[in-house]
Design a protein around this ligand. Structure first.
Ligand code: SF4
Length: 262
């Protein structure tokens, strides 16, 4: 509701301004992209997401289905997400084509892998193109897996990331922000190694780094989820973690609610 109101305000503002026609068009286009996104958006599921496991309070809000007070997306962010999705699909297709080009790399069907390995705690929710949506019943966690590859006889989870030029040029290893996400995939799929493929959004240059997930890493993650489940079950708001980097709070969808909870 708050998001729709904010958008209507944008539209009203635009309509009352006397702008050149091309500027009016541009403003209307941007407003329409945001309105369409609101129309298409669904209520987020009350499950854990591997990319949002940094803050236990954020995790709890997600599980409780707390409304996103005052939060709204932007047409820029919508476009970045769309172009990221497009590049994911192309890079997945490129990985699939490796085999036909006589490279020892096989793109594994994730749903079949789950069945063959009898990972019964995983539910295959859907398969869209090369992306498989999975639900971990034991951990109440849902996620989209970019893929599993068998490269030179060894299984790896593949995780594709697109990022800004400046971040990409500085990159010298797996982004620390992505380690929990890789750990969650590893815990779910019982594969220890994750290849992160980072693509520069401007130039399409690529870098790849390997994350080796250890048993203690997985245990810490599972303990954190169990701790959060305790807070949810007892209807207690988790304490605000002192070690959450400010950048997470700056982009947190629950920041308004978090402020209210102190
Ligand atoms: S605002 Fe910061 S501390 Fe609060 S829930 Fe979000 S990430 Fe966690």
């Amino acid at each position: 509701m708050a998001r729709s109101k904010a958008l209507l305000n944008v539209l009203n503002l635009v309509n009352t301004q006397e702008l050149p026609i091309e500027k009016q068009f541009l403003n209307d286009l941007k407003a329409s992209i945001e309105l369409q996104d609101v129309k298409n958006s669904r209520k987020p599921s009350q499950t854990y997401k591997p990319s949002s496991l940094h803050c236990i309070r954020n995790m709890e809000y997600q599980r409780m289905g707390v409304p996103l007070l005052g939060y709204r997306t932007s047409n820029e962010l919508i476009g970045i997400c769309e172009s990221g999705t497009d590049r994911h699909e192309r890079l997945q297709e490129a990985c699939i084509a490796m085999k036909a080009n006589n490279i020892d790399c096989e793109y594994i069907n994730v749903a079949e892998y789950v069945k063959q390995r009898k990972l019964d705690y995983l539910e295959v929710v859907s398969q869209q193109g090369n992306e498989t949506k999975l639900f971990h019943k034991g951990l109440n966690m849902s996620f989209l897996c970019d893929g599993i590859i068998k490269y030179k006889g060894h299984y790896y989870i593949l995780e594709i990331k697109t990022e800004t030029s400046s971040k990409w040029w500085e990159r010298q290893g797996v982004n620390p922000d992505h380690i929990l996400q890789g750990t969650a995939y590893s815990e779910a799929l019982k594969i220890n190694e994750v290849i992160f493929l980072y693509e520069n959004r401007d130039s399409c240059n690529k870098k790849a780094y390997l994350l080796v997930v250890t048993e203690p890493m997985r245990e810490r993650l599972v303990d954190k989820i169990h701790e959060c489940e305790e807070y949810v079950a007892n209807n207690i708001i988790a304490p605000k973690p002192l070690d959450v980097p400010k950048k997470y709070c700056a982009y947190c969808q629950y920041s308004e609610r978090c402020k209210q909870d102190g």
